[in-house]
Design a protein. Sequence first.
Lengths: 121, 112
Amino acid sequence: EVQLLESGGGLVQPGGSLRLSCAASGFTFSSYAMSCVRQTPGKGLEWVASISGGGGSTYYADSVKGRFTISRDNSKNTLYLQMNSLRVEDTAVYYCAKEGASESYGGMGVWGQGTTVTVSS
Amino acid sequence: DVVMTQSPLSLPVILGQPASISCRSSQSLVFSDKNTYLSWFHQRPGQSPRRLIYKVSNRDSGVPDRFSGSGSVTDFTLKISRVEAEDVGIYYCMQGTHWPLTFGQGTRLEIK
C-alpha cells in the first residue's frame, strides 16, 4: 500500500526556519516525482513545489521561491521541504503528494495526511 | 498563471439526485504531448484531498462509477450520477499542464 507520512510541522516565529519531511513507502520512491501543496485555514489548496524522481529538477511557486527548498533522499525514501524566512502567511497544513512518473507533474495521485505549520510571534 | 474557476461554489443536493460541478481554465490545458492534465479531488472534513479523476475522464482505482469527468480544452465537468452521504465535502479541480500548477477555489457539496 502506498503511504506518505509527513512530519516536522510546528510553531515558529516569523523569520524562522522549519524542515518538513515526508516518508514514503509502498512504491519505488526514486521513480516518481513528488509535490508539496499547502492549505491555509479555511481556504483552498496552493501548490508549493515539485521535484523530479532523481531530484535533478525542481519547481517552485513564486510565493516561496528563494525561501523554500524541496529536496529528496532516495536512499531513505524521504522528501524534504526546507522552509526559511517564514512569514505569517505561510501558516498552513502542508501535504506531500506522489506524482505519476519521474518527470510527470500535476497528477498528485496519493497524498499524505498533512503537517501543520504555524508562523506566529 | 492559469486561473481555474469553479461553479457553483456551494452545491446543496438531495440524496440520490445528480450533481454537476463546472471548472473553467483561463488557458487551454492541452499539453504538447496532446494530453490534457486536468484532475478532480475530493476532500472530506478533516481529511486529506483524494484524487477522483485524472486527465479529464480517468477514474482512479476505487472511485465509484457514479463519478465521471468530461470536457476539453478549457471547459470541464465533474458529475455525480446519484449523490450519496459520503460524497459531502469540497471538490477541487487542478490543472497540471502549465507551471505553476493551480487549483480551483473549491465547491462545497452538502446534503439538502
